[in-house]
Design a binder for this molecule. Structure first.
Ligand code: FES
Length: 600
């Protein structure tokens, strides 16, 4: 080894898979910066913010420092601070999702639950004898007879290519069979693929899976193209109900989006989308209905009843999905007008139906679905938490995009913030807004009612009811980025709705907050919010951090589980039957709990 090579170490950042060589004794934070890994660092590496948490999976690093002992005292497992830990040798470093800057987090990742594959579509490799003048059976009869069970049928669209395929492949083919129906005839040993989709109001996540082994082959996130017609569910319902062909346009738009998502997934492994023989779709009830082309008017008016709540199996071609012509789409069941199949999928992935303790699951978004499992019951509700966490209705609010302030801390009267991609700030996204409110409350600038007070030593309120997060000279928009009293009120409404939701469920189950054993937080926003701050402002129950788990895209994980296992589909159906839905708007305790929960 040359002298310079001897002084470098190999570092492997997981799960994003960035590898490279850096100087020995460099801190993990500097190594991340050098290799272009977006590791959060609000204090810029000074050891005061605690946002650069990592896990050393393997390798040799410097001993734990006193700064780390202090900042990580209440953490659940062996975390280190990237800015305090030096690389002494080759190492593999795991970065938890909350320590990544926004663009490197995707909405597709989720906690994996191992299950044994038991797919609805299975492959049968068939070697047929060709027809002769004494064996004049039809091609379809020949296929049926070769299967190890009686009374099979052949999908008529699969039949269109059967005769050609059989002759082209010398009478040796792979048949994809679902419930005694041959749905595709493919070249021998073709791996059967399936696609699971989590169809969100804002974003769509797709997973390409090998149906036989259950292995994930490709994942991809995309925006829901329906966004062009309105940001939230109510806007889309209004469009579908309005004059003209709104419903058809919304249906078409999501189909175009899904077909291109499926094509992209297949392109990642150089496969043809015609070998996709099974699809599972989950989404909130409105997205589920718009995907199927069902009317949504009844979802927009009380008592908000879905057109169908049972699971649905429908030929993919009838919807317009470009996969194997005989393939089906399975839609998991819905629970209610505002608790859809995506929440059923999240319940499936979280195994809440098996819980022996008191466990709360929150899927936080514009609409937040909450379930509480206790003593064998599952009670669920949905609350309109509003789009404030997406940056909407906030003066300088924006989505998590380059230049958005995503983390904020106030330390010794100094405001520290971090932006996505370390660009000059241009706005503030959900996690940054929540951090700002929590920090302002902690240092006494905000009182419990959300009123602003100036505190000695901080020159951040040149105007009444406005707190300057980033002064004009630091921003990329030549004006101060501020949080106004009205913005704080939006956050109070959003977090108040969520807290009132889980409080109503506690009332229903006869439990107190302190009796909750664990909380599971799902959804893209839930993945990167600062849990400590979410507890501080009362959005999440006051529990030790070690009792709260971030699940990532639990709905997506549930969809993949239902794709590879019939048992999981049955389990999802059982969950939807078991859930006791609680309507918040008419619940007698809701108004009081909501008023109380709006306090900071
Ligand atoms: Fe490590 Fe702030 S960057 S503690």
């Amino acid at each position: 080894l040359s002298a310079s090579a001897a002084e470098t170490v190999a570092v492997d950042f997981q799960p994003i898979g960035r590898r490279g060589h850096v100087k020995k004794d460099m801190t993990i934070l500097d190594a991340a910066r050098q290799l272009g890994v977006g590791l959060s660092s609000v204090c810029g590496g000074n050891g005061t913010c605690g946002t650069c948490k990592v896990r050393v999976q393997a390798g040799n690093v410097s001993p734990v420092t006193t700064v780390e002992l202090e900042l990580l005292s209440d953490e659940q497992d062996e975390l280190r601070l990237g800015c305090q830990t030096e690389l002494r040798g080759d190492a593999t470093i795991h970065i938890p999702p909350e320590s990544l800057t926004a663009p490197q987090r995707t909405q597709v990742e989720g906690r994996h639950v191992p299950i044994a594959p038991d797919p609805a579509v299975v492959a049968f490799e068939l070697r047929l004898s060709p027809p002769t003048l004494v064996d004049l059976r039809s091609d379809a009869a020949r296929l049926r007879a070769a299967l190890p069970f009686p009374a099979a049928s052949v999908d008529h669209r699969a039949l269109e290519s059967a005769s050609l395929q059989l002759r082209e492949h010398n009478w040796t083919v792979c048949t994809a069979v679902r419930d005694r129906e041959i749905i595709a005839i493919l070249p021998e040993r073709t791996p059967l693929l399936g696609v699971a989709v989590d169809l969100g109001t804002t974003k769509v996540a797709g997973y390409l899976i090998d149906l036989t082994s259950g292995t994930t082959l490709a994942v991809r996130g995309a925006m829901n193209p329906q966004i062009a017609f309105g940001e939230d569910v109510m806007a889309r319902i209004a469009m579908a109900m309005g004059e003209g062909d709104g419903r058809t346009r919304l249906h078409q738009s999501i189909l175009v989006g899904l077909n291109s998502l499926i094509a992209d997934l297949c392109a990642q492994i150089a496969a043809n989308s015609q070998v996709v023989t099974d699809v599972v779709v989950v989404g909130n009830t409105a997205m589920h209905h718009l995907f199927l082309g069902l009317p949504v008017g009844q979802l927009g008016t009380a008592p908000y009843v879905p057109a169908e709540s049972a699971a649905i199996d429908v030929k993919a071609r009838d919807i317009g999905l470009e996969v194997a012509p005989g393939a089906y789409v399975h839609l998991l069941p819905n629970i209610a007008g505002f608790v859809g199949a995506d929440h059923v999928a999240a319940l499936l992935a979280s195994r809440l139906d098996d819980a022996s303790d008191h466990a709360l699951l929150l899927d936080i978004g514009t609409n937040t679905e909450i379930s509480l499992a206790s003593r064998g019951r599952i009670v669920s509700c949905s609350c309109a938490s509003g789009p404030a966490f997406e940056g909407a209705h906030i003066k300088f609010g924006m989505r998590a995009a380059p230049g958005a302030i995503e983390r904020v801390q106030i330390h010794n009267q100094v405001v520290m913030y971090q932006t996505i991609d370390n660009l000059p700030p241009v706005g503030i996204c959900g996690s940054g807004i929540l951090d700002t409110v929590a920090e302002m409350k902690r240092v006494g600038i905000l009182d419990v009612y959300g009123k602003m007070h100036s505190i000695p030593g901080m020159q951040r309120m040149p105007r009444k009811n406005e707190f300057v997060i980033a002064p004009a000279e630091e921003t990329g928009i030549s004006s101060d980025i501020v949080l106004r009293r009205e913005d704080v009120n939006e956050i109070q409404l959003a977090k108040g709705a969520i807290a009132a939701g889980w409080n109503v469920l506690l009332t229903e189950a006869g439990l107190r907050e302190a009796e909750i054993d664990r909380v599971l937080v799902a959804g893209a926003f839930g993945t990167y919010l600062d849990l400590r701050n979410a507890i501080r402002i009362g959005m999440l129950p006051h529990l030790p951090l070690s009792s709260i788990q971030q699940m990532g895209n639990a709905a997506g994980m549930g969809a993949t589980m239902a794709l590879v296992s019939k048992q999981e589909r049955a389990r999802a159906a059982e969950i939807s039957r078991r859930v006791e839905y609680v309507e918040l708007t008419t619940h007698p305790s809701f108004p009081d709990l909501f008023m109380a929960a709006m306090l900071l």
